[in-house]
Design a protein around this ligand. Structure first.
Ligand code: SAH
Length: 352
């Protein structure tokens, strides 16, 4: 084992070896130093504002078969719903009246939402409401992504999930590792603020591959980096964890915090959420701890209450109402993190 080292100053980039060291260390003092250091980088580059996003899951249909995800096409346990344009616009109107400045629409890979349908939705939101528009609809052809950008969407989220090509292939039947990453490059070229991310503790995921993921975020200049824990979904074919802890990273909150902190130190001026999945794992402390280890973004679920429980990527028992409970959710967040919620759009502004 390498001798413990202190986190280096911000003007020095962490090497892959440094990343591995921090992913594997069991020294609590070293981890506390890492989190504190990442918090300082966050403050220096991003200030204190916590950027709140409204997340609307518009469809639980999905044509894919990702082994870890409850929305997978062949899962009979998932109840499928779709929001039509009228429902979406009504929900966006409510969200904007409530105070949201970012609306992120997410769904399974659902061809029901054609180029035209999404273009029309984006155009209407752009014209009528004062909010940044983010999309997360999976892999779409470059001209379609460009069209949606031209209509007014400015952010697109598509996680590369893991930078290990073999693990990617195992978990994503019929999908192509290279193609997924090519979409990230295309999105950057179009001009989107691009979100990517991984799940931490996927069965078979090595520490080395997570170090590679962090390097990839930096090399692709990803604007928003969301890394949450893998949460076992019993309705999927994937088993819970890989027991060999020496080789394989586990889906534990402490690893999520390490990755959050390392992402902040390596990428400095990016948008980093305290992920929703981390809150599922640690409802009391997840958001607070991530926000003091480098994170500066939080998503509130603004999916209409009638359907929100059906977006079952993983099992969930508690559902917050990002519309009715907005004020209390925001107050609790500010009190826990001891930092204010931002009042702007929360765009990424490059500072390095
Ligand atoms: N169709 C979109 C959105 C998919 S759902 C897309 O392809 O980008 C959003 C994210 O949920 C996925 O990117 C994945 O990282 C996460 N997810 C799915 N199943 C999960 C699980 N069991 N545990 C944790 N995160 C999961």
């Amino acid at each position: 084992m390498k001798k413990p080292t202190k986190p280096p100053p911000t003007n020095k980039t962490l090497s892959r070896e440094d990343l591995l060291h921090y992913l594997k260390t069991s020294d609590p003092k070293e981890l506390a130093d890492l989190y504190r250091f990442a918090d300082g980088v966050r403050k220096e580059y991003m200030g204190d504002d916590i950027h709140i996003r409204g997340l609307m899951n518009i469809s639980s249909y999905c044509s894919r078969e990702c082994l870890y995800c409850g929305l997978r096409n062949s899962n009979p346990a998932t109840i499928r719903y779709r929001m039509e344009e009228g429902d979406i616009l009504a929900a966006v109107e409510q969200a904007c009246e409530t105070g949201y400045k970012t609306i992120l629409m997410q769904s399974g890979e659902d061809e029901f939402y054609t180029e035209e349908k999404v273009a029309s939705i984006v155009r209407a939101i752009y014209k009528r409401f004062d909010a940044a528009i983010g999309l997360s609809f999976g892999e779409r052809p470059a001209p379609v992504l460009r069209r949606w950008f031209d209509e007014g969407a400015c952010r697109y989220l598509i996680k590369h999930e893991t930078s290990d090509p073999e693990l990617y292939a195992k978990l994503h039947p019929g999908m192509d590792y290279g193609k997924r990453q090519a979409v990230l490059v295309t999105l950057k070229e179009i001009g989107y603020q691009v979100g990517s991310g991984i799940m931490i503790g996927l069965p078979g995921q090595t520490y080395e591959s997570v170090a590679d993921d962090i390097v990839l975020f930096r090399d692709l200049d990803i604007d928003m980096i969301g890394c949450g824990p893998y949460i076992h979904n019993p309705e999927t074919p994937l088993k819970h964890t890989t027991p060999d802890r020496e080789r394989f990273i586990q889906p534990l909150d402490e690893y999520v915090l390490r990755v959050t902190a390392l992402n902040r130190i390596v990428t400095k001026d990016t948008m980093i959420p305290a992920t929703t999945a981390l809150n599922v794992l640690s409802p009391e402390t997840g958001a607070r701890d991530a926000l003091s280890a480098g994170a500066n973004v939080v998503m509130f679920d603004i999916t209409p209450t009638a359907v929100k429980k059906h977006y079952t990527i993983y099992p969930k028992t508690a559902f917050s109402d990002g519309i009715a409970d907005y004020t209390i959710l925001k107050k609790n967040l500010e009190a826990k993190a001891r930092r204010p919620a931002g009042t702007g759009y929360g765009h990424r502004e490059k500072k390095r």
